[in-house]
Design a protein around this ligand. Structure first.
Ligand code: IMP
Length: 178
């Protein structure tokens, strides 16, 4: 796998330091509440595991699995729900935990969908944000890192379902997908 990576963008130490900060911020912002962390599978699985351990207030967790039509690198924004939420979100403080925002179309779909469950509040925590890829305006309360318009893999993020188990975030060599 490593031979397909052109450069490491964030190593394990950098990721864990930043996630600890995000966890502290969320613990402060939601003090006295029990938010529901809603992990979006599969990309956010590793992020979720570390984020929830860095939060010091009580949380509930849930998982949604989605797939987006499009090619392996670009989402179309047309999202198919593969696994729906189980927790009743009515009146709850919900935090969507996502891997990366590129066009913003998937997140917009998710936020609209979750809003219909009448949460008390709805926020989003993403590990990576690619501001230059945004096609629509979508607000994100917690961002791990902002990144340039490169295709990255590892730490849960995939290309054609591979590379998720890399412990760092790296740039995939163009020759792998061109
Ligand atoms: P959006 O709808 O364009 O914002 O795309 C979001 C989804 O596309 C993410 O949840 C990822 O699954 C995928 N994606 C976008 N950029 C990357 C990337 O650089 N690496 C891996 N997956 C990506």
């Amino acid at each position: 796998m490593i031979q397909d990576i052109s450069a490491i963008m964030f190593d394990e130490r950098q990721i864990h330091t930043r996630i600890k900060e995000l966890g502290e911020q969320i613990s402060k912002d939601y003090c006295g509440k029990t938010p529901v962390l809603l992990c979006i599978l599969k990309g956010a699985s590793m992020f979720m595991a570390d984020l929830m351990r860095s939060i010091t207030i009580p949380v509930e967790i849930d998982f949604m699995a989605i797939s987006s039509y499009g090619d392996s690198r670009k989402s179309s924004g047309v999202v198919q729900i593969k696994k729906d939420v189980d927790v009743n979100l009515d009146g709850r403080h919900v935090i969507i935990v996502e891997d990366i925002v590129d066009t913003g179309l998937s997140l917009k779909y998710l936020k609209d969908y979750i809003s219909k469950h009448n949460p008390n509040s709805l926020a989003t925590c993403v590990l990576l944000d690619k501001p230059s890829g945004h096609k629509i305006e979508v607000s994100v309360e917690y961002i791990g890192f902002q990144v340039a318009n490169e295709f990255v893999v590892g730490y849960g993020l995939d290309y054609a379902q591979k590379y998720r188990n890399l412990p760092f975030i790296g740039i995939l060599k163009e020759e792998v997908y061109s």
